[in-house]
Design a protein around this ligand. Structure first.
Ligand code: HEM
Ligand SMILES: *[C@@H]1O[C@H](CO)[C@@H](O)[C@H](O)[C@H]1NC(C)=O
Ligand SMILES: *[C@@H]1O[C@H](CO)[C@@H](O)[C@H](O)[C@H]1NC(C)=O
Ligand SMILES: *[C@@H]1O[C@H](CO)[C@@H](O)[C@H](O)[C@H]1NC(C)=O
Length: 310
């Protein structure tokens, strides 16, 4: 009996090093409160930070797992950050600010990958979204290469995006839930202007007229909310909008039309509580994609550079 208890308490956790809620409880007890405080401070002057962090988190996890590889500045190697897909990804400065503060409190302890995850969680809660606990203990990756970024684009068909998410262990329903992140933030004309020139029957004519006017002859690639109704709130309004052909991005509109996804869209559109609960679960799951734990990877000192290896 004693041996079994010993096994469960000590040996198994080591053998299956994994993420856990409160990972920094003893190594850096203030870690989560420091992140939360700095996110709150930023949110107070810029409510759009929630959208920035959500997209940053996804684009990190979608390449080599949630390992902060997206934060690395290009050096001899051109890194993920310089990929066209990552154009307009934002929130890097907040992550750097949080890291600086954490390094002052608990040097070389809290990973950049965990900072992204925690900051995103805190911003979602501030924007009216679900409040949830996330497991931590991620380690930072030691590779970042532009060639590895192959996230589907806004013109990709639903079948391709579904396959992409499936390859990361995310189900179709969870994918539709994660797309709910488009309830905040903006899209730039360059990502949807192809829908304006063609006689696209899938866009509401009033929205189309508005976007033609916005993008028309503009040379500075303006942006418009992806959820035209409540663009600073994490709620189910995005699903209601796409059901009435008011998606800005083609992929968002297709979710409401494709037979494999429209059932989930209708369901979330009619039930905000269900969306909120599912969104928290799906975000927690996204945050576990191919994570580095235990002795893998490293704890970066600066999020935008690998530690010196000599
Ligand atoms: C393959 C699936 C996806 C595609 C093709 C896609 C595509 C896009 C595009 C084209 C934009 C506009 C970017 C800009 O113009 O600045 C955008 C914005 C955004 N995406 Fe996605 N997205 C996908 C999945 C996700 C997921 C899973 C999340 C988070 C869970 C997410 C969160 C966001 C957010 C919050 C914004 C607004 C960013 C901002 O305001 O800066 N997206 N997405
Ligand atoms: C640099 O790029 C090469 C080729 O893409 C890749 O194999 C290598 O892992 C990259 N190194 C780092 C540190 O990202
Ligand atoms: C674009 O410019 C042309 C020529 O100056 C003008 O006739 C047209 O109304 C403009 N369109 C928009 C959408 O601003
Ligand atoms: C990475 O690039 C940013 C923006 O150019 C810069 O502010 C930062 O200092 C760079 N990080 C490192 C470690 O050089």
């Amino acid at each position: 009996m004693k041996i079994i208890i010993l096994l469960f308490c000590f040996i198994l956790p080591l053998a299956f090093a994994d993420l856990q809620v409160g990972f920094y409880g003893s190594s850096c007890p203030k870690a989560e409160s420091i992140v939360k405080q700095l996110v709150q401070k930023r949110f107070n002057r810029d409510k759009s930070i929630t959208a920035g962090l959500l997209r940053l988190h996804f684009h990190d996890c979608a390449v080599r797992g949630c390992d902060a590889s997206i934060l690395i500045n290009s050096t001899d190697n051109t890194s993920e950050i310089n990929s066209g897909t990552n154009r307009d990804v934002r929130g890097f400065d907040l992550i750097d600010e949080v890291k600086e503060s954490l390094e002052a409190t608990c040097p070389s302890t809290v990973s950049c990958a965990d900072i992204i995850t925690l900051a995103t969680r805190d911003a979602v809660a501030l924007s009216g979204g679900p409040k949830y606990t996330v497991p931590t203990g991620r380690r930072d990756g030691t590779v970042s290469s532009i060639d590895e970024v192959n996230i589907p684009g806004p013109g990709s068909p639903v079948s391709i995006t579904t396959q992409f998410f499936a390859s990361k262990g995310i189900t179709t329903q969870e994918m539709v839930t994660l797309f709910g992140a488009h309830t905040v933030g903006v899209g730039h004309c360059s990502f949807f202007s192809n829908r304006l020139s063609s006689p696209d029957q899938t866009m509401d004519p009033t929205l189309k007229a508005k976007l033609v006017k916005l993008c028309g002859n503009a040379t500075n690639d303006p942006a418009t909310p992806l959820d035209q109704k409540t663009s600073f709130l994490v709620d189910n309004q995005f699903y209601k909008q796409i059901l009435v052909k008011k998606a800005v991005l083609q992929i968002d509109q297709q979710l409401a039309l494709d037979t494999s996804t429209k059932g989930f869209v209708t369901d979330f559109a009619s039930n905000d509580d269900k969306f909120q609960t599912s969104f928290a679960d799906a975000m927690i799951k996204m945050g576990k994609i191919d994570v580095l734990v235990g002795k893998d990877g490293e704890i970066r000192k600066k999020c935008s550079a690998f530690n010196n290896r000599d």
